[in-house]
Design a protein around this ligand. Structure first.
Ligand SMILES: [Zn+2]
Ligand SMILES: [Zn+2]
Length: 204
């Protein structure tokens, strides 16, 4: 579609998808989105003097249409329906096909297990390091290349409206990560509330 025929709605949705792909983060604040994309926004309809207001309005529409969710007290939007962002996974088509064909809960676990060191995964490792956060576990191991192995987990799953934001991210060893997804309900809920507490305290 040429830019001339694009509606504001098409334009803002495309800009959101590109922005999330570029940062490998589905979660963003309105002010950051606006300032990081200011040039594109101003150039879309140069005669429109209220482009910022127009963008805000379209984000509302995208939210009403289910493309975005908005968390009031955090002021963050999250892109929905994009289980795999471009550049998130290693460039192996067989692996990507395998992950795409899995049901949502399994798909999320697989993406977390294979995710490259970008975007939300990088954010979590920078914040929490490489030692498993669960029950003072502290487990990790060193790989052949000298770096430490750890898996990044969404405490509230994305497919259950969690976000790619630091309050919702944790680092877990492979064993605790598998538990967080596949243990009995009671264990999973206990782990979830433990991790939320740790992450909430750490991100204050
Ligand atoms: Zn996980
Ligand atoms: Zn652990």
């Amino acid at each position: 579609m040429s830019e001339k025929n694009m509606t504001w709605n098409d334009f803002v949705l495309q800009l959101v998808v590109d922005y999330c792909d570029k940062r490998t983060l589905r979660t963003f604040r309105y002010q950051d989105f606006l300032s990081d994309n200011l040039r594109e926004i101003e150039e879309f309809r140069p005669s429109n003097r209220n482009a910022a207001a127009k963008v805000r309005q379209q984000l509302q529409v995208l939210r009403d249409d289910g493309h975005l969710t908005f968390v009031d007290n955090r002021g963050t939007y999250t892109l929905r329906g994009h289980d795999i962002l471009s550049g998130e996974l290693p460039d192996e088509s067989a692996l990507i096909e395998h992950i795409k064909s899995a049901p949502p809960d399994k798909r999320e676990y697989l993406v977390e297990t294979y995710v490259r060191d970008v975007g939300w995964a990088k954010l979590a490792k920078e914040k929490y390091g490489h030692a498993c956060m669960m029950d003072s576990c502290g487990n990790t191991f060193r790989k052949n290349d000298g770096s430490y192995y750890i898996e990044v987990h969404h405490i509230v799953p994305l497919y259950k409206n969690g976000e790619d934001a630091i309050w919702n991210l944790s680092v877990l060893c492979a064993h605790h990560h598998k538990m967080a997804h596949y243990a009995d309900n009671r264990t999973r809920l206990r782990m979830q509330s433990e991790l939320l507490k740790i992450a909430e305290t750490a991100s204050e």
